[in-house]
Design a protein around this ligand. Structure first.
Ligand SMILES: Cc1cc2nc3c(=O)[nH]c(=O)nc-3n(C[C@H](O)[C@H](O)[C@H](O)COP(=O)(O)OP(=O)(O)OC[C@H]3O[C@@H](n4cnc5c(N)ncnc54)[C@H](O)[C@@H]3O)c2cc1C
Length: 474
């Protein structure tokens, strides 16, 4: 665990056109404090959040799951971590750490070249992350410069990250990655290519996977605009003034990566296989979807609370809308449980959740989340946008506002706080970024659905069809 001051380590972070020290940005400080709940829970709820290996305690995310109970324990830990930030931090350390657990076991396929044993590098990296409980962020997605062209056909040099030089000590890389969530406040950065937009044979120099500290002198972290509202308190913006899971565009400028941190070098096939064959994709998906439920539960509860406080919950039409949301939540919870119950032992003896069940959640949760936000907006719209700033309750109009806005269901200030939360989650920039996150962070839902149908096991359905379509003599 690091403090925000320790992040003044030479990393080149840019915000609003200036190079900054992240410790001087209040919302980064608050976000890191929430992120560090991951470490605090290892102390305060060690029975769930830690396990022992060779006499040492590690976070449960690092445990290689061997049974369904291992996955269930991890589920509980992911859920508690997510609850500590209301499901709003997608990339807490447990996300990639659960990937590290399986990378170490499955790394053999990475092979070697004349300078390095990539399989050993991956194993050593995973061991180092585990021993030091490093907070890794990752960037796989290449910039959307022209998706209809191969990376090597885009001349700018920033269509991905590519090797520009190599020697016996390591490689030098240049280029860019499109989005890296949490990069300004993480320790380390893992770079690889996405499995859904495969590299082509001519993309060889872009076919890399490696890790680097974020203070590598060749790395620039360029933050998007902040989403908080200085001058207002968390009574007005309960989420946007509490945290910002900052996203950044990452530039590499002749950055040196020693061979020991390289996992794929100039190898299109390995680059395309890296995320899936390492096991990282499916195990990080499990963490990811458990966190997703937590956020969906918050959004569902918010809609119901708004309906109650505004005196709308007695109407059948409103109850029907809320019932859709609670049913959606139940379906998602059930499908995550199914992913665990229907898991299997892979060839390395790792208990692996069902990909079809997890992909069903991935493809559906974004629209369920969107639905929960829309219901809240539709129930609260007028009240939500007409809510006075919280400071009014200390101003000239305090007495009249308290009288005017107090109901049999909530005091004026309770009602205002609730409606401010509803606005923040459904309508403010913060909430819109969270919605985008749900939609896209796990990959393009279009591709997820396409893959889902291609892998569906419809043996029983096809059997019925065949029997109905067989030629019968009546
Ligand atoms: C809030 C947020 C945080 C993120 N954090 C990270 C992170 O930390 N690390 C990281 O690596 N990535 C991150 N991402 C990026 C994420 O992985 C990608 O946005 C996501 O995988 C979608 O890929 P894309 O943006 O390249 O979209 P594309 O795949 O380019 O698709 C964009 C749209 O273009 C159309 N399209 C594209 N290709 C085709 C095609 N072949 N056929 C038909 N239509 C097509 C589709 O309509 C699609 O909706 C983040 C994204 C968001 C929104």
């Amino acid at each position: 665990m690091h403090t925000i001051e320790q992040l003044d380590d030479g990393r080149a972070v840019y915000l609003n056109g200036k190079r900054i020290n992240v410790a001087e940005v209040p919302i980064f400080r608050k976000t890191l404090a929430l992120n560090n709940q991951y470490y605090d829970l290892q102390r305060t709820h060690s029975a769930v959040h830690t396990y022992q290996e060779n006499g040492k305690n590690y976070d449960i995310a690092f445990k290689v799951p061997r049974t369904v109970d291992d996955l269930r324990q991890k589920h509980q830990a992911y859920q508690e971590i997510a609850q500590s930030n209301s499901g709003m931090l997608g990339r807490t350390p447990d996300f990639l750490n659960t990937g590290m657990a399986v990378l170490a076991e499955r790394a053999d396929f990475l092979g070697h070249n004349q300078y390095a044993d990539f399989a050993d590098n991956a194993r050593n990296y995973a061991k180092w992350v585990k021993a030091n409980d490093i907070f890794i962020s990752h960037a796989l997605q290449n910039p959307q410069l022209n998706r209809q062209r191969a990376i090597n056909a885009i001349p700018s040099g920033y269509a991905g990250v590519h090797t520009v030089e190599r020697n016996q000590d390591g490689i030098f890389v240049s280029g860019a990655k499109m989005v890296n969530t949490m990069a300004p406040i993480a320790d380390d950065l893992l770079i690889f290519n996405p499995p859904e937009l495969l590299l082509e044979p001519g993309d060889t120099s872009y076919a890399v996977a490696f890790a680097t500290p974020l203070n590598n002198p060749g790395v620039k972290i360029i933050c998007r605009k902040l989403l908080d509202h200085p001058g207002y308190t968390t009574a007005d913006y309960p989420l946007s003034n509490l945290l910002d899971e900052i996203d950044a565009y990452i530039i590499f400028d002749h950055a040196f990566i020693p061979w020991s941190k390289v996992f794929v070098d100039n190898n299109v096939e390995m680059s395309n296989r890296f995320f899936i064959d390492s096991g990282m994709f499916i195990h990080t998906s499990h963490q990811d979807e458990v966190r997703g439920i937590t956020k969906l539960e918050l959004a569902t509860s918010l809609a119901i609370r708004v309906a109650h406080v505004l005196g709308l919950d007695g109407f059948l039409g409103v109850q029907e809308k809320l019932g859709r949301l609670t049913a959606n939540l139940e379906l998602i919870k059930g499908t995550i449980t199914r992913s665990e119950d229907q898991g299997h032992l892979d060839q390395f003896g790792i208990y692996t959740p069902s990909l079809q069940a997890l992909q069903a959640v991935r493809s559906t949760l974004p629209s369920y989340y969107d639905q929960a936000l829309r219901v809240t907006q539709h129930l609260a719209a007028g009240s939500m946008v007409g809510t006075p700033g919280y400071a009014e309750f200390d101003g000239d109009n305090a007495t009249i506002l308290k009288q005017a806005l107090t109901t049999d269901r909530a005091t004026a200030t309770e009602r205002t706080r609730l409606l401010n939360l509803a606005f923040d989650l459904t309508s403010a920039g913060f909430g819109q970024r969270q919605l985008m996150y749900e939609y896209y962070h796990g990959g393009n839902p279009m591709r997820i659905r396409s893959q889902h149908y291609q892998h569906a096991d419809l043996t029983a359905g096809n059997h019925m069809l065949d029997s109905l379509l067989a030629e019968h003599v009546d």
